[in-house]
Design a protein around this ligand. Structure first.
Ligand SMILES: C[C@H](O)[C@H](O)[C@H]1CNc2nc(N)[nH]c(=O)c2N1
Ligand SMILES: N[C@@H](Cc1ccccc1)C(=O)O
Ligand SMILES: [Fe+2]
Length: 297
């Protein structure tokens, strides 16, 4: 295989249109075959996001990213990152071609393996790309795998995914919303303001600013049931972000068995992405302080 292109196995018609399906196998990172352009793309995105995330990303993200010694000089080698991870939290990165079927993805997480897409976006996709690539996966997800509580949360999520998959499609939808509104698009309250920890935000220039500074989106205090009922958008910035107080709060709230919760939620309607409900704990401003209730935005 030449490694300038991901290995596309076939195409498949889905809800989201005609999408490429990749091999689900774990692959070696073809590091030697990254082009100068690939390394340059990494450098550009890395420098841009590091600068933008000062004072915007949470402390844990910044500090742990520095512990890896990632730099703009070259695309990191998974093997080097794995040495740091092995000592700290026992997580391991494995190379993949792209999005995996849910059960395969959950099984990796349940075993403390994080799948990282080995290829990086093209220069005309610096600001937006519809699927995860190396920059999103490595820059966005990997730093928090060094944070012990968050590392445990990711594994618990994988185990919960295997379980939800056995329960049914509705349970899986509820659980996927939890991943979306925490791991991918989560905000955390820190140092008297809001900070980013979601990977989908930290790897996006536009959304890193928008999620904290735009008056448009709702920022609502973490509420497990509310999150599991809330639909989400994959084609624009989020209409709603959920805010945790700490990673411990996230872990504690998600530790109980979800089976009774799935049964309870099956009888309830889903909530449109941008709605505010009576009883939501709404944060007034991205960088400011103070909480209101009853949809007082
Ligand atoms: C978590 C969520 O359910 C989502 O559907 C999964 C599916 N497969 C994936 N596969 C990869 N490689 N990376 C991902 O983030 C996901 N997300
Ligand atoms: N407690 C969840 C497992 C889980 C933990 C953390 C995040 C997500 C899911 C369950 O029973 O399914
Ligand atoms: Fe992601």
């Amino acid at each position: 295989m030449t490694s300038s292109e991901p290995r596309r196995v076939e195409h498949q018609q889905t809800d989201k249109g005609y999408v490429p399906v990749y091999t689900t196998a774990v692959v070696e990172q073809p590091w030697a075959s990254y082009s100068r352009t690939d390394h340059q793309t990494w450098a550009t995105l890395f420098e841009r996001q590091r600068e933008l995330l000062k004072g915007r990303a949470c402390r844990e993200f910044i500090v742990n990213q520095e512990r890896f010694g990632m730099s703009p000089d070259a695309i990191p080698r998974f093997d080097d990152l794995n040495e740091v991870l092995a000592k700290a939290t026992g997580w391991q990165l494995v190379g993949v071609e792209g999005l995996l079927p849910e059960l395969v993805f959950f099984d990796h997480l349940a075993n403390r393996r994080f799948p990282v897409t080995w290829w990086i976006r093209k220069p005309d996709q610096l600001d937006y790309l519809a699927e995860p690539d190396l920059f999103h996966d490595l820059f966005g997800h990997v730093p928090l795998l060094l944070e012990p509580v968050f590392a445990d949360y990711m594994q618990a999520y994988g185990r919960g995914g295997v379980k939800a998959h056995g329960i049914g499609a509705e349970a899986l939808v509820n659980l996927t919303r939890l991943y979306w509104y925490t791991v991918e698009f989560g905000l955390i309250r820190q140092d008297g303001g809001l900070r980013i920890y979601g990977s989908g935000i930290v790897s996006s220039k536009g959304e890193s600013i928008y999620c904290l500074e735009s008056p448009a989106p709702n920022r609502i205090g973490f509420d497990l049931r509310r999150i599991m009922r809330t639909r989400y958008r994959i084609d624009t910035y989020q209409k709603t972000y959920f805010v945790i107080d700490s990673f411990e709060q996230l872990m504690d709230a998600t530790r109980p068995d979800f089976r009774p919760l799935y049964a309870e939620l099956a009888a309830q309607p889903s909530i449109p992405a941008g709605d505010v409900l009576a009883g939501d704990s709404v944060h007034h401003r991205g960088t400011g302080e103070g909480w209101a209730t009853d949809g007082d935005v």
